[in-house]
Design a protein around this ligand. Structure first.
Ligand code: SF4
Length: 314
């Protein structure tokens, strides 16, 4: 499977060329809302899941193809980016390839390690997750590997701020009945005050969550979140632009590359693969489904295509 995907549209990062440094699904958290399904088992070891040289060579090729059409190059993907042990080397190499800014999306759990903080310092933007202001809610929403504990994870986020000169944007996923209560939001606000990010982005689950009961906050919950966090936070709705999959020679390859990182509605897939024609897209999806590589998942009353190996609670 290829490790560079998109560009995908992003509200925060414009057209973003994605770099996936791990393989599905490699994560030390098992968030209830994860669009990639459950993390079974949890993986906490830092190692070179994919040869770093191969990833950088692929990035170089894609940067040529998409020259002038992307805004950011973003490490993000089918698990936790900082579990790749040569992430820092890759960030520096990718920055040397072009003048595109480089972002890293991470759950932030390993920022307590000085080596990880040093590696991420080379990025132009770091976007860690903070969904809970208490240890109890952290366990319930993110279902993390036991280490680090909550206090150590938060301290890592605080410590990174001290030395980091790039954009530091926290991401909070709001889940109805979990972190949209007054108590949970006040606890979150207190942690955010300690961490002092440049921005806080509130996001809502809109792709299929690992657990079927996960819902975005209702109007009242969202209003409460804005009232309590509104001074520092803004709601980021999903971007509406098209996925640009023109860099692929083959529709099956394009479908597999994008679904490993983004479950998609059929209409999104058809639009992204328009150059092959609607019939070709349908034939490709049917063939990939027959061969057991992709499947359809119903969530929020909609049909999403995902990798067949992704594990969602039914
Ligand atoms: S949302 Fe991110 S941190 Fe949470 S389980 Fe999924 S990949 Fe891991």
């Amino acid at each position: 499977m290829q490790h560079v995907f998109g560009p995908v549209p992003s509200r925060r990062l414009g057209q973003s060329l994605g770099i996936d440094p791990v393989v599905p699904k490699t994560c030390n958290w098992n968030c209830v809302y994860c669009q990639l399904g459950r993390s079974t088992p949890l993986v906490a070891e830092r190692r070179e899941y994919v040869p770093a040289e191969a990833i950088v060579a692929e990035v170089a090729e894609r940067l040529q193809h998409y020259r002038g059409r992307i805004d950011w190059v973003t490490f993000v993907g089918s698990g936790e980016t900082t579990l790749h042990s040569r992430l820092g080397w890759m960030i520096r190499r990718v920055k040397a390839l072009s003048d595109m800014p480089v972002a890293v999306i991470t759950n932030g759990s390993l920022l307590y390690l000085p080596a990880v903080r040093e590696e991420l310092a080379a990025a132009d933007a770091v976007l860690p997750t903070l969904d809970a202001g208490t240890a109890d809610l952290y366990r319930k929403i993110n279902r993390p590997w036991p280490e680090p504990d909550f206090a150590t994870y938060i301290q890592g986020l605080v410590d990174f701020r001290q030395g980091y000169r790039g954009h530091y944007w926290l991401e909070v996923m709001l889940v109805r009945g979990m972190n949209d209560t007054e108590e949970a939001l006040r606890a979150l606000a207190a942690q955010i005050e300690r961490i002092r990010p440049d921005k806080v982005h509130l996001t809502l689950p809109e792709r299929p969550p690992a657990e079927p009961w996960v819902q975005p906050p209702d109007e009242e919950g969202l209003m409460r979140a804005l009232a309590i966090l509104g001074k520092v936070a803004e709601v980021v709705h999903p971007a509406s632009g098209a996925f640009d999959l023109s860099g692929y020679d083959d529709p099956a390859q394009a479908v597999l590359a994008v679904l490993a990182r983004h479950p998609m509605r059929e209409s999104e897939l058809t639009a992204a693969l328009a150059r092959w024609g609607g019939d070709a897209v349908q034939r490709t999806l049917a063939a990939l489904q027959r061969s057991g590589q992709v499947r359809v998942l119903e969530r929020y009353g909609q049909r999403f295509w995902t990798l067949a190996q992704a594990r969602y609670a039914e």
